[in-house]
Write a protein that binds this ligand. Sequence first.
Ligand code: ADP
Ligand code: MG
Length: 270
Amino acid sequence: MYNKYNTFIKDKIKLGNNMIEVKNLKKIFKHKNSNFVAVDNISFSIAQGEAVAFIGPNGAGKSTTIKMLTGILHPTSGEISILGLSPQKHRKDVVRQIGAVFGQRSSLLPNLPLKDTLSLFGVMYGMSKEEIKERIEYLENMLDMKSFHDQPIRTLSLGQRMRVEVACALIHKPKILFLDEPSIGLDIIAKQSLREMLLYLRKEHNMTIFLTSHDVGDIESICERTIIVNHGKVVVDEPTSELHKLIEKEKHVEVRGPSLEDVLVKIYKQ
Ligand SMILES: Nc1ncnc2c1ncn2[C@@H]1O[C@H](COP(=O)(O)OP(=O)(O)O)[C@@H](O)[C@H]1O
Ligand SMILES: [Mg+2]
């Protein structure tokens, strides 16, 4: 799968104009007696069709950054451009062009059946009845959800529910997909199907993907570029395949060479 992926990246992915531009982005949370800098002057640009892993240890500032990029939080300072628009000033226009999945927090109503859940999201995005019907048909096929069309969300397994979360994020055909720890708690089969789905979205729709995950398999198989944040700062922004060059050989890893996990642990601890 990894080899196939590498070939397909080189052959099929067309990188376009910048979809995301972030300049000197900062977020300070005001605690009782002090200020806490959660995101500390980060800058990067992401082109159309790129899949970027945005990773780092717990508390590094990943979710805070994604919330600013998707317009949920206001930055303390700095600039964000999503398709040339500000997610804060042009929230409605930006929301129409992006999808977001937050693995740690569900956006679904537990008692609503799948079909109504998808319809509700379609209505929220101002889609027509016909558009919604067509899109539900497409997404249920693509994400293999036909068998639980009528089931309330609360009765679904975690893997099935995550597919619904992704479907809701895709209902309005966004150009950028933000995923904040979508594979958390999933078994290896569900993880694999999530990865295949993200690769399909890249290949078929040239989707720009911004992914946070603690799973090195997700990072290696989906994202050709990795941005690592630590203590709110960008410490690495490299092709994923080059990351192993960032650490020196150590005794315990000499024989097999460092795994991506070895490399990340080393960088996270700095
Ligand atoms: N609403 C908030 N108020 C105060 N502090 C916050 C808030 N949200 C996040 N933080 C703090 O900002 C830091 C970064 O959090 P977060 O972006 O969620 O990290 P990550 O997603 O990388 O694990 C953490 O130390 C967290 O406690
Ligand atoms: Mg987080």
